[in-house]
Ligand binder design. Structure first.
Ligand SMILES: Cc1cc2nc3c(=O)[nH]c(=O)nc-3n(C[C@H](O)[C@H](O)[C@H](O)COP(=O)(O)OP(=O)(O)OC[C@H]3O[C@@H](n4cnc5c(N)ncnc54)[C@H](O)[C@@H]3O)c2cc1C
Length: 816
């Protein structure tokens, strides 16, 4: 019995130290104390002390540890871990880590997360949202843009330039607006709810492109020349990286520049002859300045002794002879300006390189660094804005539209997809707020920006399909009154651009996250390939043994959380959210443990095991989305009315996380079954969101209330002639106000009338003396809005004929 008690107590105390990540010295001292107690009780003999000494001494005496243990470990590490290429190094080193590193740590510090600042708009930013953003929204007729003009009108273009919409990222000293990332996100969200062409046109110059690159890397001369012109729309920028041969594998661009002498403005200068063939370039057809990425070579040694200089970015005015722009692609009827550009031996001076000749060859690094900012704002904001407006529209539509004498939104079948829209709208705003907060703090969180780009565009696409399904034929028939169909059509564009989603999930999120966010791996790699042998051993020693302790700690935490359901783990609140934090503590430890095991088992080949990498990335991603949701709930003042929305978003994400985790274990290189048993001895903790919760969320979407107002806050919902969603909002309020009046008339008439022809019901009510004139008018207005809501557009066949396009038979492309 004494032995049992001593054993259990020792395991608990030592396990507790590992759980708490105690230092090696403390752990050794406590282990020695446990042995001493065991000796005193007559349980522990000499053999145990000898074993203890054999293990403890080499670990605790630094010189012994380094020569006996660290050196062989370093040799083994070098043999399994290939040295990184420069492109990989650039991608890994670009940007910063932030809250993602905490989530990866196995023990996130929730207090730290909740102490992060709340996003706020300045008075100037708010005025811009209330003024120019609403004004331009009124000016845009989305159907005309996509169907008739295939472009924004000249008036809208001019307004965007005049009000500096393209200069949100440009500093004030250059005449820009210098808005915070959060403000940029709010502007794009609002515009996305109006028209995706409008949002893309504004989003792109404010994302990765000449403006961003110039501000970070441009020479003073370049900044002084271009930034004021970009700020007022005198220059229209685009950025051309993608070519037919190099899409996702953008580092493989075949476009090139040769350093040579040539004539520029009457003088002989050293410059570059540029040759490119780019496609899919947003704003290229109307651009005045082309940001161009190409590979620079210097065969004659005019710049130095390096022949292959590497990827370089330059600004090429499009009015130079030989620059070809103007033709357009036709991206899924979403008629923003997008097209190809070519150039053949176009000579420009070296000064056209962004940052000047000293930045030649640094283009890739520049791109990946800037990508983490733009990618975290533009597409996630467009996605969130689109879905917030779709949430308003789907809620109002399903409350107004009746079938089987019932608003369709009250049907359980409809509640399920509607809850997905509501829960995701809540989550997406939360994620935007948290991510732009990071950007506002000066972070360049490359892993987080990949997560939000991929997951928000993915959720947007799925939600817009849900919204289409709920709208039935109303969503299908295009016309000025269809507010969904174009968003549905265009959703794959967001999936594809700025890192196509499959690639981002399979390769980028975890591929970068594992190394960037892990507390030890990058340090180990840097130490292993350090040319200074002494420093290499010293730093590797620190990293590798810290790493071993980290693995044991996550193993103990995972087992303990599995046995207890993480019930005793820390949570910053003891209300309805408490269990969510505890589940996240558990999943964070699971992620950290499985990540180390996968790296140990697969080594360098992990990056080719894309499905393992994708699922590990899912764990990190869902933890990020969930924590952003909990932060939003806190920042919004823990509103009781919002609980169903918050719960839906959190439970859905944690369930998705668990699904990926189970799939990961089922396909783990080895011991997956054992690990599953250790991590989930009492079964899986998360369930799909319940029908009851779905019902609560669906109800919020259909009922004007504070929670609904917060959900769709910031979107343009004015009942304007160019805004069918805004008009439908008004109709929703009218219909809800009309229902009791309708019931009153039915009661007085002694019959249950169908809920249509409300103008006739109004007359009957007046006739029976149960309605006032105002109430009758309300019924008439409700009927007008109701008919507008349920009706779709129709056209004369001639109106639908497209402008003729000369279609040539497809010819084989001739090799140059
Ligand atoms: C409308 C539009 C606007 C654009 N705007 C610009 C712009 O302004 N400037 C610019 O330079 N580019 C722009 N792009 C290009 C865009 O960034 C590329 O389309 C994108 O990088 C993907 O390249 P791709 O379309 O050739 O697809 P591919 O690279 O051919 O990819 C096809 C599929 O394979 C997947 N895939 C590729 N590699 C892997 C991998 N290793 N593992 C798993 N899956 C993988 C991808 O996820 C994708 O699903 C735009 C594209 C479009 C369509």
């Amino acid at each position: 019995m004494t032995t049992l008690i001593w054993s259990i107590a020792s395991i608990l105390v030592l396990g507790g130290l590992i759980y708490k990540r105690a230092s090696l010295t403390l752990f050794t001292l406590v282990a020695a104390a446990a042995l001493a107690i065991g000796s005193g009780l007559g349980i522990v003999g000499t053999l145990a002390w000898i074993l203890f000494a054999i293990i403890a001494i080499p670990f605790n005496v630094a010189s012994l540890r380094k020569s006996l243990l660290t050196k062989p470990a370093l040799k083994a590490f070098r043999s399994v871990m290939p040295e990184m290429s420069q492109t990989e190094k650039d991608a890994i080193e670009a940007g910063t880590t932030w809250w993602d590193a905490d989530l990866f740590s196995g023990a996130p510090d929730w207090k730290k997360m909740h102490q992060l600042p709340m996003p706020r708009l300045s008075a100037e930013e708010q005025a811009f949202l209330d003024g120019p953003v609403e004004e331009v929204s009124r000016m845009v007729n989305a159907f005309r843009v996509s169907h008739q003009d295939a472009d924004l009108t000249p008036e809208v273009w001019q307004y965007l330039k005049d009000k500096k919409f393209f200069a949100m990222i440009i500093k004030k000293k250059y005449g820009g607006l210098e808005f915070s990332p959060y403000a940029q996100s709010q502007v794009l969200q609002k515009l996305a709810g109006v028209d995706s062409v409008l949002a893309s046109t504004v989003g792109v110059p404010n994302s990765l492109g000449p403006g961003e690159l110039l501000q970070h890397y441009g020479t003073e001369e370049q900044k002084d020349h271009y930034l004021p012109r970009l700020a007022v729309g005198q220059e229209v920028p685009c950025f051309a990286l993608t070519s037919p041969e190099a899409g996702s594998d953008a580092g493989a661009i075949p476009d090139y520049g040769i350093v040579c002498k040539g004539e520029w403005e009457g003088k002989e200068v050293v410059g570059m002859r540029l040759t490119w063939n780019k496609r899919y370039i947003t704003l290229a057809p109307v651009a005045t300045v082309l940001g161009l990425a190409f590979k620079l070579r210097d065969p004659d040694g005019l710049m130095g002794d390096q022949e292959d200089i590497g990827i370089t970015c330059a600004l090429v005015p499009t009015d130079i002879d030989g620059v070809v722009i103007g033709r357009r692609h036709f991206p899924l009827n979403t008629m923003f300006q997008n097209g190809p550009t070519q150039g053949n031996d176009v000579f420009v001076p070296l000064d056209f390189i962004i940052g000047g000749p000293k930045m030649a060859g640094k283009g890739w690094r520049m791109l990946v660094e800037c990508l983490s900012v733009g990618r975290g704002i533009t597409l996630p904001s467009n996605s969130a804005g689109g879905i917030k407006t779709a949430a308003a529209a789907t809620g109002s539509y399903s409350r107004i539209r009746r079938q089987f004498k019932t608003p369709i939104g009250k049907m359980e079948g409809i509640e399920e997809p509607m809850a997905r829209i509501g829960g995701n709208a809540y989550l997406m705003e939360a994620v935007n707020a948290m991510t732009t907060t990071a950007l506002g703090l000066g972070e360049k969180p490359s892993v987080i920006s990949a997560i939000v780009k991929m997951h928000l565009t993915d959720r947007m696409q799925k939600c817009v399909i849900d919204a289409m399904d709920i709208h039935g034929g109303k969503g299908v028939c295009l016309g000025p009154n269809n507010y969904l169909g174009r968003g549905y059509q265009g959703a794959p564009i967001a999936i594809t651009v700025e890192g196509a989603n499959i690639l981002t999930r399979s390769l980028v999120i975890y591929g970068q996250g594992a190394i960037r966010c892990h507390p030890y791996v990058l340090k180990e790699m840097e130490a292993a390939f350090d040319k200074d042998a002494g420093r290499s051993l010293e730093n590797f020693d620190n990293a590798v043994w810290g790493h071993v302790g980290f693995v044991f700690s996550n193993l103990v935490r995972s087992i303990w959380f599995g046995l207890t359901g993480a019930r005793f783990s820390s949570a910053p609140y003891s209300d309805v959210t408490k269990r969510y934090y505890q589940h996240m503590n558990r999943f964070s430890a699971n992620l950290a443990l499985l990540s180390d095991l996968a790296m140990a088992m697969l080594g360098g080949s992990l990056k080719r095991k894309e499905r393992t990498s994708a699922r590990l990335g899912d764990l990190l991603s869902q933890l990020y989305l969930t924590s952003a949701t909990l932060k939003r709930y806190q920042d919004d003042g823990r509103q009781t009315d919002d609980i169903p929305l918050m719960q839906w978003a959190v439970e859905d994400s944690l369930y998705k996380l668990q699904t990926s985790l189970v799939e990961l274990l089922e396909n783990f290189p080895a011991f997956g079954g054992l690990l599953k048993f250790l991590m989930f001895p009492l079964g899986l903790p998360m369930k799909r969101t319940s029908d009851k919760l779905d019902h609560q969320v669906a109800k919020i979407l259909q009922t004007p209330c504070a929670a609904r107002d917060r959900l769709i806050a910031g979107q343009w919902l004015e009942a304007h002639e160019n805004n069918p969603v805004g008009r439908q909002e008004q109709t929703l309020r009218n219909i809800l106000a009309a229902e009791p009046l309708f019931d009153k008339v039915c009661k007085a008439a002694g019959t249950k009338l169908p809920f249509w022809k409300l103008h006739e019901v109004a007359e009957k009510g007046l006739e029976l003396g149960v309605l006032t004139a105002d109430e009758a008018q309300l019924l008439r207005d409700a009927e007008t809005g109701r008919l507008e809501t349920i009706n779709v557009d129709d056209f004369d066949p001639e109106e639908l004929k497209a402008n003729p396009v000369e279609v040539e038979p497809t010819k084989p492309v001739q090799a140059a």
